[in-house]
Ligand binder design. Structure first.
Ligand code: DC
Length: 206
């Protein structure tokens, strides 16, 4: 069984995907991490994230980079969003994600284009959303916990800019697959969002 979990930044899709994987005993791939690694590698190479050639070269990052905590930073999130618009980058990461999705027994993948491009055959597709205000508030609390200084306004502006770029790129833009089930987490805490997602998957599986 393949479970596709797509949605914008800070919607809760990562937390939900991880919890679904644990609940259904499936391996999980956070595909955003691959784009973050490309963004980080471009910088390590001294390249330009807006250059398709530089970004494509950075897709040959070493696997060890995936364990770098720096990948979780807002800076890497922004770089990932920029490198992810290049068709050559998306093409280079495609097979790795498809192979993960199609492993025997199935998998849970979260990202932006899992239900539409990577695994259109997925048995269950969730599209997780939340208002910009709710997502900015979550990110703000998360960053404060990690001791990072930021204002709610700058976080909200940054989220909106990333949404805009992810939704409007020509290749594999962020959008819900026609057969995806929507889950709005704006008014749900972590546990309620996970419970709702498990219930939706159970229902989709009949
Ligand atoms: O989910 P995330 O915040 O880690 O993703 C970072 C960026 O990577 C996101 O802004 C767009 C890109 N991305 C993508 O284009 N396709 C995916 N399947 C996952 C992430």
């Amino acid at each position: 069984m393949i479970i596709a979990v797509d949605g914008p930044t800070a919607s809760g899709k990562g937390t939900i995907a991880k919890a679904l994987a644990a609940h259904f005993g499936l391996p999980h791939l956070d595909t955003g991490l691959l784009y973050r690694a490309v963004g980080r590698q471009v910088v390590l190479n001294g390249g330009d994230p807006d250059s398709e050639d530089d970004a494509a070269a950075a897709t040959r990052f070493p696997d060890s980079l995936l364990a770098d905590p720096e990948l979780r930073s807002e800076t890497c999130g922004g770089l990932a969003s920029r490198v992810s618009i290049h068709p050559a980058v998306r093409a280079a990461l495609l097979e790795r994600q498809r192979a993960f999705a199609r492993q025997p027994g199935g998998a849970v993948l979260d990202g932006r284009d899992i239900g539409t491009v990577i695994a259109p055959e997925a048995g269950v597709k969730l599209f997780v959303t939340a208002s910009v205000e709710a997502r900015a508030q979550r990110r703000y609390l998360e960053m404060r916990e990690r001791g990072i200084d930021a204002t709610l306004e700058t976080i909200a502006a940054d989220l909106a800019a990333r949404d805009e770029r992810d939704r409007n790129r020509s290749q594999a833009p962020l959008r819900a697959a026609d057969d995806a089930v929507l889950l709005d987490t704006s008014r749900l805490d972590r546990d309620a969002a996970i419970a709702a997602a498990i219930a939706l998957v159970d229902r989709a599986l009949g």
